[in-house]
Design a protein around this ligand. Structure first.
Ligand code: NAD
Ligand code: DAU
Length: 332
């Protein structure tokens, strides 16, 4: 039995990971989460209390972090400010959590000799042209575009430096866009699903040609467990599931699956500095560690996600009006 500390475990991907761990291992999980606007204890509510406990606190609180590292065997670090649009509005919390928070955890990992896995994003590599035959690999140069992705890039570089300079036992994974249950309604897919449920027309930034490489959150979780178990210390692994789709296709599919006309959406003001395309080559993870995704059918995964939001309105309803007011003020 392994004792895991999961930072950001009350957020979207972190809570999916905690569910995955409870279902597929005998590990015990401590979640450290600040419960910002993006953290929701309800995402963990149905999990057994003898396997999962929630500690509410900040990853930049060195004293608390030190105490928790003393109680666990391994750490998986999901906590972050995660939304590009928020980072364009107010970058400061992104520096505090993504940079200073990660630094605080790395210092504790160094003191305690704890195995540490850092969760990151494909956005650190910048974007690709639509017709570029190359996809991102572990050796693609860093070229982040937004305050969010630049702070994630900075956090990755801190991890690499702490491995090399101090011998911290860390790995990094950079994943593409996740979808699935428990994702905040500020994000693209849940925003459009909950708009349709509320009778609001979905909102597409610009022309909608931007491509994202979609992966189900449960496949992200199985990949992270694989890296934790079999990954080589100091190594980076890209996580993706061959899921490239442009935003227009996704919005039209959501509308069709929800019984609406596929053109019943609005084009709104584009995101500043909007990355055009992300695409992951996950060959290292597949060939060296033997991982493969379980969700191969995006339409089926999206239909299941729509079903989840339809059935769990009490989970997302409290955030919906505030998110739409934030976007409306920006013409989005
Ligand atoms: P999220 O915004 O849904 O959740 C973030 C969680 O971190 C929340 O529960 C929040 O309360 C917590 N948190 C924020 N600041 C904190 C702090 N200072 N101390 C403790 N807890 C804090 O984010 P997400 O989409 O689940 O992303 C999780 C991680 O995965 C992030 O590191 C993100 O960069 C990465 N990632 C996300 C995606 C994606 O598609 N969403 C893809 C690749 C990588
Ligand atoms: O690639 C991984 C990244 O994916 C993660 O690192 C981030 O944490 C995560 O938020 C996500 O970033 P994106 O910016 O790609 O996700 P978002 O859901 O904000 O937007 C997805 C695409 O949809 C993007 O091209 C912008 C567009 N969009 C978004 C919203 C909210 C719209 O067209 N309309 C919208 O209403």
């Amino acid at each position: 039995m392994t004792r895991l500390l999961v930072t950001g475990g009350a957020g979207f991907i972190g809570s999916n990971f905690v569910h995955h761990v409870v279902e597929n291992t005998d590990h015990e999980v401590t979640v450290l989460d600040k419960l910002t606007y993006a953290g929701n204890p309800a995402s963990l509510a149905d999990l057994p209390s003898n396997r999962v406990r929630l500690v509410v606190g900040d990853i930049a609180d060195a004293e608390l972090v030190d105490e928790l590292f003393g109680q666990v065997d391994q750490v998986v670090h999901y906590a972050a400010e995660s939304h590009n649009d928020n980072s364009l509005h107010d970058p400061r919390p992104f520096l505090d959590t993504n940079i200073v928070g990660t630094y605080t955890l790395l210092e504790a990992a160094r003191r305690h000799g704890t195995r540490f896995h850092h969760i990151s994003t494909d956005e650190v590599y910048g974007d690709l042209e639509l017709d570029d035959p190359q996809r991102f690999t572990e050796s693609t140069p860093y070229n982040p575009s937004s305050p969010y992705s630049s702070t994630k890039a900075g956090s990755d570089l801190l991890v690499r430096a702490w491995v090399r300079s101090f011998g911290v036992q860390a790995t990094i994974s950079n994943c593409s866009n996740n979808y699935g249950p428990y994702q905040h309604v500020e994000k693209f897919i849940p925003r459009q699903i909950t708009n349709v449920i509320r009778g609001i027309r979905p909102k597409l930034y610009g022309a909608g040609e931007n491509v994202r490489d979609w992966i189900h959150a449960d496949d992200h979780s199985s990949a992270v467990l694989t890296v934790l178990e079999k990954g080589e210390i100091g190594q980076t692994y890209l996580i993706g599931a061959e899921g490239e789709k442009n935003n227009r296709e996704v919005i039209e599919l959501i509308l069709s699956l929800m019984g609406q006309s596929p053109d019943a959406y609005d084009h709104v003001t584009d995101r500043a500095g909007h990355d055009l395309r992300y695409a992951i080559d996950a060959t290292r993870l597949r060939t060296e560690l033997g991982w493969k995704p379980a969700f191969q059918d995006f339409e089926a995964g999206l239909a299941a996600t729509i079903h989840w939001y339809t059935q769990n309105e009490e989970w997302w309803a409290p955030a919906k009006a505030g998110v739409e007011a934030f976007y409306a003020a920006k013409g989005q």
